[in-house]
Design a protein around this ligand. Sequence first.
Ligand SMILES: Cc1ncc(COP(=O)(O)O)c(C=O)c1O
Length: 414
Amino acid sequence: MSTLWQPFTQMLNADPIVIERAEGVWLYTPDGRRYLDAISSWWVNLHGHSHPVIAEAIAAQARKLEHVIFAGFVHQPGIELAQKLTELLPGHLARIFYSDNGSTAVEVALKMAIQYWHNQGANKKKIINLQGGYHGDTMGAMSTAGKTVFSKPFWDYLFLTQSIPPPFPGQEELSILAFEALAKKGDVACFIFEPLLQCAGGMRIYSKEGLDVLLGICKRYDILTIADEVATGFGRTGQLFACDSLKNSVDLMCLSKGITGGFLPLGATACSERIYRAFLSDDVSKSFLHGHSYAGNPIACSAALASLDLTIASTGKRSQIAVQQAAFCCKWQGHPKLKRCQSIGTILILEFNTETVSGYFNTLGKTLYTEALSNHLLLRPLGNTIYVLPPYCITSDQLNLIYTFLIDLLEKKL
Ligand SMILES: Cc1ncc(COP(=O)(O)O)c(C=O)c1O
């Protein structure tokens, strides 16, 4: 019995597993059981648990400077991380603003986009998003995803956005027409999207070419673009950032999750110099009056710097994982139990056919979760969609352990 209230959990029947330590892909319980973390602990872990290089960077920084107010003061890890990120990020993203997590990285991007137009006295207030997206759980981040299954109790409190269908392959025209109809009114402030893959909304892959057309329309009508790379960033979809595979650049980008290799919470919002300049003024009210107590925490920045080096060195490993995931897809797509079997970069996605409504509340999710645990695997399906999103240190044999379980589901268990 504990006094906890846990995230995304129906506490009525919660029975959490205590984890005492972790190493590589494995999580260990106090009584010696182990679970393979096939979802990188909510997609944050990049290089395996308790990675010694990141652990050491954290320890060294903690001994030197644990934290200092990030307004009026700065520090080397914060400066260095911003510099490295801007060198690696696609397009013209030249400035980095730190916050605490993915939701706050999104809030910051939204507020920057809104205030960008406000500071110039422009009447551009509408926000366009893709249906079925997810941008976090704070009110602004929830609002930008539109009315979703996650936010139902709050629908009356969310601010209004214009939701258009994502450009799924074969349905690009639908998306482009809806987008253009909104864009040409001239009052759209920004367009927010998860590039290439809608993650929490069901691991739905959409067309890169279609997205590029939407971004082209944004350029034509002077609409700011916000790429939410909180989940896709740092190599998950193959390239370092999903936006690397787009022709058009974006104005703002949200980063978190893998940024510290899964060790510490940190959010970062990147923006172009053009956006940054719209806040420079003798008038203090034009500044970006937003900040979090732990913004730019030096220990988190040091973890991120260590993780970034490991991420750059992991290109080959990520390609190996991608090849293995794609090979699984080749073999199993078209299976009668599957509606979808797809991979994108290091991520494998299986959507099971179901007689009831497909989606987050489909009860198959609970069955699959429990079944996986009894096979020593941590998989956390989104309803009837199961996905494998492993740390990059996973070996071919460890991936095969997961595949054996999935094949068993397809051939026998379900
Ligand atoms: C695309 C995307 N944006 C934002 C968030 C919110 O991140 P956090 O949970 O760190 O607030 C998530 C979390 O899953 C996400 O997938």
